[in-house]
Design a protein around this ligand. Structure first.
Ligand SMILES: NC(=O)c1ccc[n+]([C@@H]2O[C@H](COP(=O)([O-])OP(=O)(O)OC[C@H]3O[C@@H](n4cnc5c(N)ncnc54)[C@H](O)[C@@H]3O)[C@@H](O)[C@H]2O)c1
Length: 448
């Protein structure tokens, strides 16, 4: 290692230790904002970057737009120096920059890296020697090396290169996947080990020092591609196992067996089994999307990811299965979907969160409308729902009263605030896709 590189490495490590390092987080969403608060809680100077002016002004006004993050947490961070900005020139003042922007799929189910490329192009003019740049957005193996690095090198006027060897000067680049599980309070963020893969040993060392200040354990791996693939393996594992129980649920229903009772019994095995639960379909920014990042990349290697495709097929068919079950339940009462009034309980893609991205409720509501039902919804986390990338619902939250007016109440998200016993008592018919009515005995319930 040259003396200059060694001293810039030592300087940044020293700044991390003394909490003088300035941390920039790009993308103040579900991932970036909590991460900013974690660093701020450790007394770092944190700047949050976002292109959405509304988010920047809300944060700078001491407010929050994510239900589980209280305005008080933002205000506390502000006292420790946290502020938000849309001005990329501030990147020049940062010692480390962490990118947490969306990585969705486009309409052809292919990776849409436009948020990542847009971000990297915006920060490239302001990067400096010895700075650490980390991508956290979930993506296919190769993104950091093949997309981020060339754009950083091309876009900065100083002609800075990415430092790949201990002797090389330049900017340090790494990938470290986000592993948050929204709504899961059983593991604290500090206790989730942080995987880090760098474009050189110094990048790994720096990223480990930065993350090591807020996470109890850092897991260095040999390259950004290994870290990128690690995240995909974790999500594909969930996606495939959820598809497996979704398929077995359908078989169990035909056989008159309660899949939930089976899972509860199976999970008493102290080894070799991890419980996954069936539901109305996948939701969220990760599980329904990330596996397709890998399928897309695999084609470049003339390889078909059959497990991912099969799991995708089973999981995306679940909302249609729910509609069939609803039709069956109404049929028993000599009714059809057409002309029925249906109340959908829960819009969020999972319990107790305020995130409806890719939520199966959205597909289910659209299918019900197509079939001629009059649909209302209740979700304490969404007073209204308008248009998104893949839906246009334009609906307002309906109060949870007079449930007898609906031909069916359809439980899509099992928020803990619902009183399921009271719901079953008042409703004419309950379609339960989450086993939320477990322990309630009523002929009005169809569990599916
Ligand atoms: N939400 C999760 O639970 C979760 C968990 C693990 C990984 N991830 C991954 O983390 C990444 C971010 O997800 P998220 O849920 O935080 O997304 P999000 O949509 O909540 O937040 C992303 C933020 O980035 C901002 N943004 C977009 N382009 C920008 C740009 N050029 N410059 C500055 N800001 C920009 C958006 O305005 C938004 O505020 C994704 O790749 C996702 O797959 C998410």
């Amino acid at each position: 290692m040259t003396t200059a590189v060694a001293s810039s490495l030592a300087e940044l490590k020293q700044k991390v230790e003394t909490r003088q390092a300035r941390i920039g987080i790009v993308g103040m969403g579900y991932v970036g904002l909590p991460l900013a608060l974690l660093f701020s809680g450790e007394r770092f100077q944190v700047t949050g970057f976002d292109i959405e002016a509304r988010k920047v002004s809300t944060l700078n006004g001491g407010g929050s737009y994510i239900v589980r993050i209280l305005p008080q947490s933002i205000q506390q961070a502000q006292k420790a120096g946290f502020r938000a900005t849309a001005d990329y020139s501030e990147i020049a003042r940062m010692d480390a920059v962490i990118i947490c922007v969306p990585t969705p799929l486009n309409e052809h189910h292919e990776p849409d890296l436009s948020f990542v490329t847009g971000t990297v192009e915006s920060i490239a003019p302001y990067i400096h020697e010895g700075q650490l740049i980390v991508l956290e957005s979930t993506t296919y193996p190769g993104t950091t090396e093949e997309v981020v690095v060339p754009l950083l090198e091309k876009g900065n006027p100083l002609g800075l290169k990415v430092a790949r060897t201990p002797d090389a000067p330049g900017v340090h680049v790494a990938f470290s996947p986000e592993r948050e599980d929204p709504g899961n309070d059983t593991v604290s963020r500090h206790d989730i080990p942080k995987v880090v893969g760098g474009c050189g040993p110094v990048a790994v060392e720096l990223a480990s020092a930065v993350y090591g200040s807020i996470f109890r354990r850092v897991v260095p791996v040999s390259s950004p591609a290994v870290a990128e693939m690690t995240k995909l393996l974790e999500n594909i594992y969930r996606c495939v196992n959820i598809a497996l129980v979704n398929e077995l649920k359908q078989l169990c229903m035909r056989m008159g067996i309660d899949i939930h009772e089976v899972i509860d019994a199976a999970k008493t095995k102290p080894f070799g089994f991890h419980a996954f639960y069936p539901g109305p379909g996948l939701g969220g920014h990760c599980i329904p999307i990330d596996p397709f990042y890998l399928s897309w990349k695999a084609k470049e290697f003339d390889f078909r990811t059959r497990f991912i495709e099969l799991a995708g097929e089973v999981n995306t068919s679940m909302p249609y299965f729910v509609i069939e079950q609803l039709a069956g339940g109404l049929n028993e009462q000599r009714k059809s979907i057409k002309g029925s009034k249906v109340l959908v309980l829960g819009l969020a893609y999972k319990r107790d969160i305020d995130d409806l991205r890719e939520s199966p409720s959205l597909t289910i509501i659209e299918l019900l409308r197509e079939k001629g039902a009059t649909v209302a919804y209740n979700d304490p986390y969404f007073p209204t729902v308008g248009r998104g990338r893949h839906y246009a619902l334009n609906m307002t939250n309906t109060p949870l009263d007079n449930l007898g007016q609906y031909d069916a109440v359809l439980i899509v998200t099992d928020h803990t605030s619902y009183d399921y016993r009271a719901i079953v008592e008042q409703a004419q018919l309950v379609i339960d896709t989450r086993n939320a009515t477990k322990g309630i005995d009523s002929p009005k319930i169809v569990r599916c």
